[in-house]
Design a protein around this ligand. Sequence first.
Ligand code: HEM
Length: 504
Amino acid sequence: TRENPSGLPLPPGPRGLPFIGNVLDIDPARPWLTYCDWSEKYGESLFCDLVYSSILGQDYIIINPVKVAKELFEQRSSIYSDRMNPALYDLFGISSYTPMLGYTDEWKRHRKLFHMTLRAEAAANCRDLNLRQARGLVLNMLDMSMGEAGEVDGHLAAFAATLTMAVTYGYNASSWDDPLVARAKMIAETLSTELPAERAMLFNTFPLFQRLPSWLPGLAVKRKAACCRGLVAEARDVPFEYAKEQMAVQLTLAGSSTRSMVSDFLRSHEDEDINDGVERSTRNTASAVFLAGVDTTSSSLLVFVLAMTLHSDVQERARAEIHAVLGSNELPAFEHRASLPYVEAVLREVLRWHPVVPLGIPHATSTSDIYNGYHIPKGLSVVCVSRMSRPSSDPDATRFNPERHLLPNGQLAPDVSCTSDPVFGFGRRACPGKFFAEGSMWAAIVMMLSTVRFAPLVDADGKPVEVKAEFTMGAASRPAPFRCCITSVSAERESEIRAALMSA
Ligand code: HEM
């Protein structure tokens, strides 16, 4: 990492302490705020757009404006598409998941598979499934009398999880408690609590930790890792075997077969012998879908529910638009999407207002580079904060305002789409599930807007209980617990939905 044949300086940045670097300077709960401050202090003032820092032996550059992210991650993608792979990932058994893989042939195989099933046109095949699950979601919500965030969240997570299992394995999970879904959920929860970036770096900086026994104080994480490794193997293999068995049954019955990521792949190799390596890649890619797709989608939908609870005016305007296009009982479908620009603007604003992966996933450099007269070493972690940047020059940036995506004539501003939003990352590592994610989010949002109303709860004196726009902090960020009231907006539409679900 330290080789510097160009002799050029490293980008400017805060001076760190020996060994631990800048770890004490960072707000651990909201690191992006520290990064934004650094960007202003060291980056912008020196017209550099890059900040250099070192945390527990790992060197970082922090990039802020979208322009720079595009230049590095898109135009120089062969240098900036690697990942750091801390030793802790191996301990947890997740180093073969797509987001963790380096810029290798194995990673390219994973991305090919994602492209096959979830590229824009292929994701469009999931529309019926999206709508069906979205109908189930609103009925579950209507069956709640009032919304404890935990309960709303549970329904949103079940929506994302069942959809993901169906699209990946053709598996129809009955509920959130379904054993396959529950196992995958447990892994996602373990990883989010046990694998903060600082801990991963600590294990890399002090390899001794990896060799010490797990019963030593402070090393309980190693016991949890062992337990997680077993779950990861089951979550990878059990649904995969299910998909294979289903294909065999369908072939025997010669009936119409359910499509899924796994069955599409197996079918495309029907005439060849699939070697172990290729099958292993497919298992790993498929299990990464749940890990990367469920929490991100359900947290973004919870951001929507929070925004609607806070902004009844936005909710009513979106609902009026749906009503004008569909009347009082027709159910929303994808063919209505182009006629609902305000609903589209709401979706874009949900993604912009509070990105649920605030710092994306850091990229790493696979060779050294020179940018703007600065030396960028090989093996450096590159963190992009462009999404969280709230320039003081734009006080409007923290306001939830879908209108920012509309032209004065009410039509959508044409220059951006949801899937080109920086919230999904940049370049070759950009989120491969983004088309699927925005399709499923649109289905859920339009179905919720058309059928249920979100409002703050009312206390014993008839006053609305205050709801605050507060968020949990960390690598993944979601609304902090809040309560809301959920009511039906149209008896006709509710009964249409029940009828549609009965006949499905
Ligand atoms: C609103 C929902 C979602 C958001 C905000 C989101 C965001 C992101 C971000 C920021 C990255 C890192 C991009 C980068 O490194 O530049 C990423 C990567 C990834 N996402 Fe998503 N994502 C979402 C939904 C999904 C879904 C539904 C799936 C699967 C169907 C998925 C699969 C992945 C995978 C596999 C990666 C790793 C890609 C790689 O390393 O090459 N995501 N996502």
